[in-house]
Ligand binder design. Sequence first.
Ligand SMILES: Nc1ncnc2c1ncn2[C@@H]1O[C@H](COP(=O)(O)OP(=O)(O)OP(=O)(O)O)[C@@H](O)[C@H]1O
Ligand SMILES: N[C@@H](CCO)C(=O)O
Length: 317
Amino acid sequence: MRLRAAHVRVRVPATSANLGPGFDALGLALGLHDELEVRALGTSDVRVEVEGEGAGTVPDDETHLVVRALRVALDHVGAPQTGLHLTCRNRVPHGRGLGSSAAAVVAGILAARGLVAEPDALDDDTALALATELEGHPDNAAPAILGGLTVAWSDEPGAAGPGAVRAVRLAVHEDVAPVAVVPPGHLSTRAARGVLPAQVPHADAAWQAGRSALLVEALGRNPELLFAATGDRLHQGYRREVMPASLALVDALRSRGVAAVVSGAGPTVLALARRGRDGTTDADAAIADAFGGVMAGWRVLPLDVDTAGASVTAVLD
Ligand SMILES: Nc1ncnc2c1ncn2[C@@H]1O[C@H](COP(=O)(O)OP(=O)(O)OP(=O)(O)O)[C@@H](O)[C@H]1O
Ligand SMILES: N[C@@H](CCO)C(=O)O
């Protein structure tokens, strides 16, 4: 397949996965975005400029995650590889549980969609399959691509091969007000997955299945249920040893009635707050109180739910 453009822009949201009980399945797109400009070069050079999150730390060569994903997507549709000049304006914090790696991967795939002559060859289903292969799990990639609240799953594998990765997008109640509390230190998803057990008690799995179903109702139609619906027994407790301050904050907020969870693989804490008529949320006072002024360097980010998902915002010659 030939390229139709030499210059594209894309925009991809931050995402929070798990949301408490929906481990590796539920995810929410947030109103905090990475923006990326990609120019296809006539040479084989790769140039990467980064402004904001990751500047000075992410690689500026073929190993850059956006470049890797873009190349996977071009190969997938049989398009020619090309030299690349990337300009990244990054706002999603890295290694904090806000889906930065999924945002980078989806940005690369959407940039390829913008560049190739038949963008439908990289439609949302294909983008989700490619992104999941690169990420290892679909719960950030799905909301990054589709926006809103998503439930992702894999079809059962069969004779035809491994099961396809699928996702549905669900509406989020307008009173749901996510607040991310972001610590200064980072933790890789790989490290946070490394402390999880290979097996969990059947009773915990059964308990979790109920909470996870309840959470879909709470986020979509009945925010009063958010506190009950955001319990977890499959990952947060096991992860306490690698993010004690985050779990202490989750405990402090929950003891004040706030539906707080670890965002993704942490260490960010996400409060799924409820917005009142005056625009404040039921988490504002609790967060200020729980902090007690001692959590130096942590940032409190009230965020909208992103309903658009990733998009190619410009296709230029
Ligand atoms: N915009 C980006 N450009 C290049 N590399 C990135 C970008 N964003 C993330 N990365 C790479 O991904 C790593 C972070 O990925 P990781 O999966 O550990 O955390 P996360 O995606 O931020 O959190 P989570 O998966 O829990 O939501 C960074 O350290 C960096 O190597
Ligand atoms: N479900 C994944 C999300 C990581 O982004 C985890 O908790 O490890």
